[in-house]
Ligand binder design. Structure first.
Ligand SMILES: Cc1ncc(COP(=O)(O)O)c(C=O)c1O
Length: 386
């Protein structure tokens, strides 16, 4: 009855069943997969959302790529990172996920292909399938830091239209380096691919280094950087994201004109949030700092804790809201994660959820409350180490 864009019906997996059973029995679970900042005890300023109720929001004057004032606010926000973007290069969307869907409509015919990193964010399979296109993986390899081997891209299928990078990647926390960007730009130029850079976590470096960001403004080929309020100011429920288009001006402007047509067919971004955007971005700085303090403190606590457990180790992570722990592969990821849940009442993600090529890895969110995180991590490491 329904289209093949939907994934085949799959059985609920055992982890979901066990979790539902424990919750139904009233068992308190510590959720180290929590990536929703509104559920992590992050302080939000009082009155933060009052700007959503401005009288001007009663008028509807749609602009497909976004109100000029809102696009200018996004451009002004880029100056925090020393980046100059013309508001004309910006398209507003309701979320980063929607930005992906618009870019897939822009770049791919049905059945064509985009390259997606592996391991990475598991939503790509759905987002591509729902657009009637294919996601083909390329591998990130870990040699003390996660790297793209640009050589593997030479064998990519002939119908690839774009390569997606996530920087910093979720969950590996690796930013694209300047060398990798140069290599990727070269491949894109040779093969006629666009570069799509998901930089939703770019504002969350986990140390004082200044990683490469704002890839669309630096790549030299047709490129798009995606980001939004969901991560940059911890407001996923407010629903506003953006695409910054970059590259050779003629190609970039043609892409923006086509995006305008796509956006005009949906007009999905609400007027209240666009009018509120300058104020949300202004007040968002404090929320961002609170999240940054939390993730850095939790990472430090994790690194300190893991020293007591020589069989486990925390992989290098440079940014984002997650950390990857390598654990002994004695019982397999799936069994380990189930046992942790059933016996220790701690929920973590197994590496296979993000398509890690080998076992055994577990992924933890760095967002939870610091005391809760520290206690749960000690239990996880004790359990995984024996
Ligand atoms: C790498 C990455 N991109 C995009 C998103 C989705 O962002 P949005 O809420 O703006 O759709 C997420 C959400 O976790 C993510 O991890």
């Amino acid at each position: 009855m329904f289209s093949s864009r939907l994934p085949p019906q799959t059985e609920t997996n055992e982890l979901t069943r066990v979790l539902a059973g424990l919750r139904a029995a009233g068992t308190a679970i510590v959720d180290l997969t929590e990536s929703n900042p509104t559920r992590a005890g992050i302080p939000y300023p009082e009155g933060l959302l009052t700007s959503l109720g401005q009288p001007g929001a009663l008028e509807y004057e749609p602009h497909p790529l976004g109100l000029p004032s809102a696009r200018a606010a996004v451009a002004a926000d880029h100056r925090r990172r020393g980046v100059d973007v013309d508001p004309a290069q910006i398209a507003l969307t309701a979320s980063t996920s929607e930005a992906y869907s618009w870019l897939f409509k822009l770049l791919c015919n049905p059945g064509e292909c985009v390259l997606v990193p592996r391991p990475s964010y598991p939503l790509f399979e759905h987002l591509t399938r729902l657009e009637g296109i294919r996601a083909e993986p390329y591998d990130l390899e870990y040699h003390g830091r996660w790297e793209i081997d640009a050589g593997q891209l030479r064998t990519a299928p002939g119908d690839v239209k774009a390569i997606l990078v996530v920087s910093p990647n979720n969950p590996t926390g690796s930013y694209i380096s300047a060398v990798e960007l140069e290599q990727l730009s070269g491949v894109c130029r040779d093969r006629g691919w666009a570069l799509v850079a998901d930089e939703v976590f770019a504002d969350y470096p986990l140390d004082e280094s200044q990683p490469l960001t704002d890839i669309a403004t630096k790549s030299g080929v047709l490129s798009f950087t995606l980001a939004g309020l969901s991560k940059s100011v911890g407001l996923p429920q407010v629903k506003l994201g953006w695409i910054v288009a970059g590259g050779p001006p003629a190609q970039r402007d043609a892409a923006l004109a086509a995006l305008e047509l796509i956006a005009d067919s949906f007009l999905s971004v609400g007027t209240p949030v666009q009018l509120a955007l300058p104020e949300l971005l202004r007040q968002g700085a404090g929320i961002r700092t609170a999240i940054q303090v939390r993730t850095r403190d939790n990472l430090q606590a994790l690194r300190d804790a893991v020293r007591q457990f020589p069989a486990c180790d925390v992989l290098r992570v440079d940014g984002g809201w997650a950390a990857v722990i390598r654990v002994p592969a004695t019982r397999g990821e799936e069994r380990l994660v189930l046992d942790l849940l059933e016996r220790e009442h701690v929920l973590v993600h197994p590496g296979y959820f993000f398509d890690f090529r080998s076992e055994a890895f577990i992924v933890v969110s760095l967002l939870p409350d610091a005391a809760v995180f520290r206690d749960a991590i000690a239990r996880v490491l004790r359990f995984a180490d024996c």
